[in-house]
Design a protein around this ligand. Structure first.
Ligand SMILES: CC(C)(COP(=O)(O)OP(=O)(O)OC[C@H]1O[C@@H](n2cnc3c(N)ncnc32)[C@H](O)[C@@H]1OP(=O)(O)O)[C@@H](O)C(=O)NCCC(=O)NCCS
Length: 184
């Protein structure tokens, strides 16, 4: 099992609990235009019930070792939800894992996605034994591509029509990092 609570310079990443439903709902609702552009689950009618289902599934997935989600909070303001970081195994045979993330809109542009993702890369390579970590980023999502590039991920190529977003199949860039490339 990976670390349930991780501290970075400015952030605390920790497992979700049922007490997070309201804070998660508020953060998603406050960021809907940006999230809805790239993440199919962030639909315009997102409400508490959606957050409750997400947290229930997240707790179960963690227990079963299928996927690990962390709630991102600022050290000085632990009640306000800043975003999510997740990792999960894609293939046991090749020891490949994937990372996904989002940051609430009024907190973007401060390097928080990069800071939180770096912490979870460490978990992936050092605790979960991944040989390779991938990011799938929609073509056109420049902000997320910049996060990947700044962390040193290499672009492998384009995955054609990888995800249905608001009724359109969207190509995604595949970015990856190998364990020997990770600089802690
Ligand atoms: C993508 C996202 C996570 C970036 O979060 P963030 O905390 O602002 O990212 P960072 O501050 O760590 O940014 C890393 C780099 O990307 C750049 N960047 C951030 N937003 C950008 C934008 N809209 N356009 C171009 N570059 C951008 C930053 O300037 C930074 O580079 P710099 O330090 O050289 O200036 C956030 O915008 C988000 O949640 N978007 C909606 C959901 C989403 O797209 N999730 C990812 C799906 S793959």
């Amino acid at each position: 099992m990976p670390s349930e609570r991780i501290q970075t310079e400015r952030l605390i990443l920790r497992r979700f609990s049922r007490r997070d439903i309201s804070a998660l709902t508020e953060a998603v609702q406050a960021s809907l235009p940006a999230l809805n552009e790239w993440l199919p689950w962030a639909h315009p009618g997102y409400r508490k019930e959606d957050a409750a289902i997400y947290i229930r599934d997240s707790i179960e997935a963690w227990r079963e070792g299928k996927a690990y989600d962390w709630a991102i909070r600022r050290k000085g303001d632990p009640r306000r939800h800043i975003g999510n970081l997740s990792t999960w195994g894609v293939s046991r045979l090749t020891r490949t894992g994937e990372i996904g993330y989002w940051i609430r809109t009024d907190q973007t542009g401060q390097g928080l996605a990069g800071e939180a993702t770096k912490a979870i890369m460490r978990v992936g390579f050092q605790e979960l034994g991944f040989h390779k970590i991938v990011l799938r980023i929609a073509v056109g999502n420049d902000a997320s591509e910049n996060v990947a590039k700044k962390l040193g991920f290499a672009k492998e190529g384009v995955l054609r029509e990888e995800l249905l977003i608001r009724g359109r199949w969207i190509d995604h860039n595949l970015y990856s990092m190998l364990e020997q490339e990770f600089e802690d």
